[in-house]
Design a binder for this molecule. Structure first.
Ligand code: BES
Ligand code: ZN
Length: 852
């Protein structure tokens, strides 16, 4: 099968006129495509799927017209235009008429719906084209390298807004109470970046950022939730113009909240679309995490306007560069927007998540061959985004921020309006910095996995060596070496010493002036590798946690638990070691610790659970007592968020009856008498009430989910439903995932949450086995795939066999290596259970002082 279109006929410009019928949920279009014919052809091949094509003609400059016919190949997602006589080399205009259906699958040109305050239902027509769904809206050369100019006209009912990539240049009445809205020509860009949105939407007043008007769009009644996104949007636009040294490539920037949206957001040039939670927020009522999410997503998509939209990958194997870079820039921008958020420290959690996948044998290199374009859907994963961004950060630290930025500028300037490959970025970075880039980078990008660096005392210094980190044993863990920029930091008598080195093929010893009190390898935490400290070094480090940075403490905890999962550190030793962290103040470090407790909770049996709960309460007590339930006047946002995080863990995973009781009281007082609760604590109360609640709370939460006033509030109550423990309530939540009461953009994540919960996983698995075909039909493809991540929580040998048997007998494939990864993650957990169940039972049975 040939996956690429032939280059005998290539487009340069599309003039598209589209009309969506929101009542009938259909659309009709006509388009003229300016093409260059490079050799005589009677046949033109381009992409189209789920369209009907009615009229085909080719027109030459001299007025000659050749009639044609269209022949669709549904499986190949292509249409063959056959002409009665050959089209001679030169310039032609192809004219096509077509119709289609506004689908419910959240891709192509699709239908989104919402209900207004009076209970009336309304339809919005919106698009999502990446990776390969522009072909569902209009016939096109749907490959990223076939850039063209788009001139769009949307015919819409009066009173409806029409938005596309550029500014409106004219509006003309059309009979039947409609009008034709024509947009300015776009820059030369890829098909996957085209967008159309039609609906009764409202916009904020435009704010001018330099010359660019910026607006936020939403369904009526939500404009008051747009302020924060507008602020981040304006900030990022300015930030990136300065960083990239190139003006914004569009003529306006619209940020649109679409009620049904498969991904988080999409970087359509000038018309960025979002799911509501990623754009609309009440900044006075949101938790830190909810605000950070909006800032992240907005900054990420605005970063793409240059990196991705102005300069685009030549083919989908380059998607990592697009997404990794946007993620890297997102972090830079958010770090500049709110320095006090310590965004790079928080990123440690995401880096750790990527390492959890990349330590599997079923991982893949960041840059990976993509044959059929549809295979690239599986590329939008933690390896592309988080590992990709991590290695870029590592490179930036290695080259220095300015050298790196200069290389990026050079790259964008060289390739603007065009396409580029990874090697082009390396070349630009090399030219700008004078450093050889591929030598350092290629191993990180083109090979799977990452190293674990072993640190052992050697005289007064430390000896460092590397091998590949894997959770399960296997062949080849010692093949090949990374070039690792390592920063060693040590506490010595006279203060602190730092030694940057490049660890490559051979082990080496870093000499230190005097026998150090403690040594941190990967200081600052930028390196994408784990560290395995010899017992003596780990012991010293455990005693010195107060003297090292939060990211270093995070890595100490996270690397130690990874070694437990890999079988080289006994789980009880790890749990004992966590006692070193009782005075911890950083929320990311707590996220690592709490994450490891939650993981072990899925591994142990029900009889050991009270022992683990007691241990969790003991570990968290000091920090939680220090923070209490109420924020201090001048407390920073991270501390407030930490309070919420700790209370949540105590009340759910720790099953702390006192915390649960108090949460119930506070929630009731808040609801009944309006006594304020800190926005970081309120989501925790909701989760705790679910974990300890019954039918009354369940009914209340369903009601609050349906009548929520902000997208965040809606999500809190919806996902809390997965936390209820009584079996009949678990069953009700399971039903919600397929009965149409939860949007298909959210339902798959609810299923995943149910699969992961220790009280719901068994019925959830039985339910999924019965309903998976319904889910596959209802859910957007990308989210459906993510749902299966939940199988990794089905930790026991019998479930594991059942899971494997299920997939084998149904022939389900999830694209790329996704399924293999989930199955291996399950294997890692079951192995841990087989190895450690006994020792964990013994350890958890030890009496522990009740924490409170
Ligand atoms: N280009 C993606 C959106 C996308 C993802 C389209 C997968 C098609 C398939 C967009 O730039 C993106 O990365 N969105 C993220 C949010 C971001 C902050 C990481 C998302 O949707 O989760
Ligand atoms: Zn992106």
């Amino acid at each position: 099968m040939d996956y690429r279109l032939p280059n005998t006929v290539v487009p340069s410009r599309y003039a598209i006129r589209l009309e969506a019928d929101l009542e009938r949920t259909t659309f009709a279009g006509e388009q003229t495509v300016w093409v260059t014919v490079r050799e005589p052809v009677t046949e033109v091949l381009l992409n189209a799927v789920d369209l009907e094509i009615h009229g085909v003609a080719a027109e030459a400059n001299d007025g000659l017209t050749v009639e044609g016919t269209a022949h669709l190949d549904g499986a190949a997602e292509r249409v063959r235009l056959l002409f009665a006589s050959p089209l001679a080399p030169g310039e032609w205009r192809l004219r096509l008429r077509f119709t289609g259906v506004l689908n419910d699958r959240l891709h192509g040109f699709y239908r989104s719906t919402y209900t207004d305050a009076a209970g009336h239902s309304h339809v919005i027509a919106a698009t999502q084209f990446e990776s390969t769904d522009a072909r569902r809206a209009f016939p096109c050369w749907d490959e990223p390298a076939l850039k063209a100019v788009f001139s769009v006209t949307l015919v819409v009912p009066d009173g409806y807004a029409a938005v596309s990539n550029t500014q409106v240049v004219s509006e003309n009445p059309v009979e039947g109470g409609r009008r034709a809205v024509t947009f300015a020509d776009t820059i030369k860009m890829s098909t996957y970046l085209v967008a159309f949105v039609v609906g009764e939407l409202e916009a904020t007043e435009p704010v001018l950022v330099g010359k660019t008007p910026l607006r936020v769009w939403c369904v009526p009644g939500k404009r008051h939730l747009a302020g924060f996104a507008e602020e981040v949007g304006a900030f990022s636009l300015e930030f990136f113009e300065r960083y990239y040294g190139l003006p914004y490539p569009g003529d306006k920037l619209d940020l649109l909240a679409i009620p049904d949206f498969a991904a988080g957001a999409m970087e359509n040039l000038g018309a960025i679309t979002f799911r509501e939670t990623a754009l609309l927020v009440d900044a006075t009522a949101a938790s830190h995490a909810e605000l950070e999410r909006v800032a992240d997503v907005v900054a990420h998509e605005v970063a793409h306007m240059w990196f991705g939209d102005l300069v685009t990958m030549a083919w989908w194997n380059g998607i990592w560069l697009n997404e990794a870079f946007a993620t890297f820039m997102e972090l830079l921008a958010v770090d500049a927007f709110r320095p006090e958020w310590n965004r790079w420290v928080t990123f440690g959690v995401s880096r750790g998540a990527a390492m959890a996948v990349d330590g599997l044998w079923a991982t893949r290199p960041i840059e990976f061959e993509v044959m059929a374009a549809r295979d690239c859907e599986a590329m939008f994963d933690l390896l592309t985004y988080e590992k990709g961004a991590s290695v870029l950060r590592m490179l930036e630290q290695h080259l220095g921020a300015e050298g790196f930025r200069d290389g990026v500028r050079l790259y964008l300037d060289r390739h603007r309006f065009g396409n580029a490959e990874t090697t082009d970025l390396w070349k630009a970075l090399g030219d700008a910095s004078g450093e050889p880039i591929p030598e350092v980078m290629d191993r990180w990008i083109f090979h799977p996995g990452y190293p674990v660096v072993t640190a052992e005392p050697d005289g007064t210094g430390v000896r460092l060596s590397q091998r590949r980190f894997t959770y399960l044993e296997g062949e080849g863990a010692d093949d090949g070496r990374w070039r690792i920029p390592v920063l060693v930091r040590a506490g010595v008598k006279r203060g602190i010493v730092e030694k940057p080195i490049m660890l490559a093929d051979e082990p080496l010893t870093v000499t230190l002036p005097a026998s150090p009190d403690w040594v941190v390898v990967n200081a600052g935490g930028h390196g994408f590798y784990r560290v395995r400290y010899a017992p003596a070094l780990l012991k010293k480090l455990g005693a010195a946690l107060g003297r090292i940075g939060p990211i270093d403490r995070f890595n100490v905890a996270s690397d130690a638990f990874a070694l437990v999962q890999a079988g080289s550190l006994p789980a009880p030793d790890y749990l004992e070691f966590t006692a070193r962290f009782v005075n911890e103040t950083d929320r990311n470090v707590w996220a690592a610790l709490s994450g490891s407790f939650a993981y072990l909770n899925r591994v142990i049996g029900a009889a050991d659970r009270p022992g683990l709960e007691a241990l969790i309460r003991l570990r968290l007590a000091t920090a939680a007592d220090r923070l209490g339930w109420e924020p201090e006047e001048d407390e920073d946002e991270l501390t407030r968020q930490l309070r919420g995080d700790l209370l949540r863990t105590l009340g759910t995973l720790g099953n702390d009856p006192a915390v649960q009781e108090r949460a119930r009281e506070r929630f009731a007082r808040h609801q009944e008498s309006g006594i304020p609760v800190d926005p970081n604590v309120l989501p925790a109360l909701i989760a705790i009430l679910a974990a300890s609640g019954g039918e009354a709370e369940y009914e209340e939460f369903v009601g609050r989910f349906k009548s929520a006033r902000t997208p965040q509030e809606e999500q809190r109550y919806l996902f809390a439903l997965a936390g209820f423990r009584p079996p009949e309530l678990v069953q009700r939540t399971l039903e919600l995932t397929v009965n149409g009461q939860v949007r298909s953009q959210d339902a798959p994540f609810l299923v995943r949450a149910l699969l992961v919960g220790v009280h719901s996983r068994e019925p959830a698995w039985e339910f999924v086995k019965v309903h998976w075909e319904t889910m596959a039909r209802q859910y957007p493809g990308s989210a459906y795939r993510r749902l299966w991540e939940g199988i990794a929580a089905l930790v026991n040998p019998a479930w594991e066999r059942d899971v494997r048997e299920f997939f084998a007998s149904r022939g389900i494939t999830l694209g790329g290596k996704t399924l293999e990864q989930y199955l291996e993650q399950l294997r890692v957990a079951v192995r841990l259970q087989e190895r450690e169940a006994g020792p964990l039972t013994a350890y958890l049975a030890r009496p522990r002082r009740a924490a409170r």
